[in-house]
Design a protein. Structure first.
Lengths: 158, 304
C-alpha cells in the first residue's frame, strides 16, 4: 500500500519535473528566438533611418534641418550603447536566421566598443543639430563609418 | 646487359627527361633585362593612388585597420582556404622583417611575375595574376610611395598549407595555366572612362580574385567573369557584380560609385566582411576612378 503510494508520488514528481524541464526549455528557446527577432528589428530600423539620411548625405535629396534632426533623434533612441550584449545573450549564437558571427561572443569587447562609438557619434550629431549640408555630412560620416566596421567582423556573408 | 635491364634503363632515362622538363617548365620566370629597362623613376605622389587602387592594405595592414594605421603593413592576416591557411607577410619598409631592402625591380618581379627576390614562386593568394596587367610606370610609382611608409617590426607566421600545395615549385604549373597579362575582356568601342575602369578592375583592383568563380585548378573561370560564387574562405557567397538581375543590374553608375566610397548599397545596407576593407581603400581614390570602375561594371557582359 505504502509502496504503491510512494510509487504514485514518485510518478507525479517525475511528471512535474519533466513538465517543468520541458516548459523551461520551450520558454528559453522561445526567448532566444524572440531576442533574435528583436535585435533584427532594431537593425532593420537602422536601415529605415539610413534610407532617410543616406540620400541627403549623398546629395540625392535636399537637406532639411528638421527632417535630419528628427531622423538623428530616432537613431539616438534606437542606439544601444554599451548595453548591446543584452540583445546577444549566450544561447542566441545560432537560431532564427541570425547573421551574427561567433566573433560577437569571442571578442565581445570589440563588438561593444563599435556600438558605443556609434552611439556616442549619434549623440554628438544630435547635440550639434546640423544647420546645413556640410555640417550634417561632418556629423554623419563618423556614424556611417561604424556600420561597415561592425559588419566587417560581426555579420556573416549572405 | 640483357633486354630487361636495357628496358628499365630506357624507362628511367625517360622519367628523368620528363622530370627535367617539368623542372624547367615550372622554373620561376622573372622579367627580362629589356622589360626591366622600361621601369621608370617612380613618383611617390602618383604612387599613393596606385597603392589605394591595388588594395595592399586590405591584406597587409593589421585586420580592421583604419586611417593612418592602414599604412603600417605588418602583415598577419590569415586567409583560410581549401588549400590551407595563407598568411600575409610583413611588407613594411623594415629592412629584415619587411621589404625595406627591395629594389624597384624586385617589386616588379613580385607583382608582375609572382617571383620573390630570391627566385621563388609566390602562391597566387598574392594576386599577381591580376597585378600582371599593371603598367611598369604604376609599379615604379607604387615603389616610390612604399619607400615613404614606416618600418614595422615583426614577422608574420608562415603559411600552413596542405600537401601537395606545400610544393612551391608546383605554382609554376599553375602560372603556365593562369598567368596572362592580357586584358580579360575585349570591349570594342570602349571610351576612356571604361578603359580606365577596365585597367583598375582587371589589374591593380584585382576584383576578379574574389568575384569570379574558380575552376578545379584554382584558376579564375574567365567565362564567368565577375559572376560571383562560393567564398574561398568557407561559408557564404561572393556577390555577382555584373549588370544582370542576379548581379547589380539595377544599380545606377552613381549608386555603384557611391557604394565604392561609402559602402552603402542603393538600399542603404552597408558592406561587410572582406569588402569593408576594400571600401576603405577605394574611398581614398579620386572620384573619377570610382566612376571609371562603375562605368566598366555597367559595360561588361551580364552573367546569371
Amino acid at each position: 500500500m505504502i509502496g504503491a503510494e510512494i510509487e504514485t508520488r514518485m510518478e507525479t514528481f517525475m511528471r512535474i519535473a519533466l513538465l517543468a524541464a520541458t516548459t523551461l526549455v520551450l520558454t528559453m528557446s522561445a526567448a532566444g528566438a524572440d531576442i533574435i527577432e528583436e535585435r533584427q528589428a532594431i537593425m532593420k530600423e537602422r536601415g529605415d533611418i539610413m534610407r532617410v539620411l543616406g540620400p541627403i548625405a549623398q546629395g540625392q535629396q535636399p537637406f532639411d534641418a528638421d527632417t535630419v534632426l528628427a531622423a538623428l533623434e530616432r537613431m539616438n533612441e534606437n542606439a544601444l550603447g554599451d548595453s548591446i550584449m543584452d540583445y546577444f545573450p549566450e544561447g542566441t549564437e545560432t537560431g532564427g536566421d541570425t547573421r551574427a558571427t561567433p566573433a560577437v561572443w569571442e571578442d565581445s569587447e570589440a563588438f561593444v566598443e563599435i556600438e558605443t562609438t556609434y552611439s556616442a557619434n549619434i549623440q554628438a550629431a544630435v547635440d550639434a543639430a546640423p544647420g546645413d549640408l556640410d555640417e550634417f555630412r561632418a556629423a554623419f560620416g563618423p556614424i556611417a563609418a561604424q556600420c561597415g566596421a561592425c559588419h566587417e567582423r560581426f555579420r556573416t556573408q549572405q | 646487359m640483357n633486354r630487361a635491364t636495357r628496358f628499365s634503363l630506357a624507362l628511367l632515362a625517360l622519367a628523368g627527361a620528363a622530370g627535367v622538363a617539368a623542372w624547367v617548365m615550372t622554373a620561376p620566370a622573372t622579367l627580362d633585362a629589356a622589360e626591366l629597362a622600361t621601369l621608370p623613376q617612380g613618383d611617390a605622389e602618383r604612387g599613393e593612388r596606385v597603392f589605394w587602387a591595388s588594395g595592399c592594405a586590405s591584406c597587409h595592414a593589421r585586420e580592421g585597420a583604419t586611417g593612418d594605421d592602414m599604412l603600417e603593413l605588418a602583415g598577419g592576416l590569415e586567409l583560410e582556404t581549401d588549400f590551407g591557411t595563407f598568411v600575409a607577410p610583413n611588407i613594411s619598409m623594415h629592412p629584415t622583417d619587411g621589404i625595406g631592402d627591395w629594389s624597384a625591380a624586385d617589386l616588379a618581379n613580385a607583382m608582375l611575375r609572382g617571383v620573390s627576390p630570391d627566385g621563388r614562386h609566390y602562391y597566387p593568394a598574392f594576386p599577381y595574376a591580376s597585378y600582371a596587367r599593371m603598367e611598369m610606370g604604376d609599379v615604379a610609382d607604387l615603389y616610390a610611395f612604399m619607400r615613404t611608409l614606416p618600418e614595422v617590426e615583426g614577422r608574420a607566421s608562415g603559411n600552413a598549407l596542405a600537401f601537395p600545395y606545400t610544393i612551391r615549385r608546383g605554382v609554376g604549373l599553375w602560372k603556365a595555366m593562369h598567368l596572362d597579362e592580357g586584358p580579360v575582356l575585349a570591349l570594342p568601342d570602349e571610351d576612356d572612362t571604361v578603359a580606365r575602369g577596365q585597367y583598375l578592375v582587371e589589374g591593380p583592383g584585382h576584383c576578379g580574385e574574389c568575384h569570379t568563380p574558380r575552376d578545379f585548378t584554382g584558376g579564375l573561370d574567365t567565362s564567368r567573369w565577375l559572376a560571383g560564387g562560393p567564398s574561398m574562405e568557407g561559408p557564404g557567397r561572393i556577390p555577382n557584380i555584373t549588370p544582370s538581375a542576379d548581379g547589380i543590374g539595377s544599380w545606377s553608375e552613381f549608386e555603384i560609385a557611391a557604394y565604392l566610397e561609402s559602402g552603402f548599397t542603393p538600399d542603404f545596407d552597408s558592406a561587410g566582411g572582406r569588402m569593408a576593407a576594400v571600401i576603405r581603400n577605394l574611398a581614398r581614390l579620386p572620384e573619377e576612378d570610382r566612376q571609371a570602375i562603375a562605368a566598366y561594371l555597367k559595360a561588361i557582359p551580364a552573367q546569371p
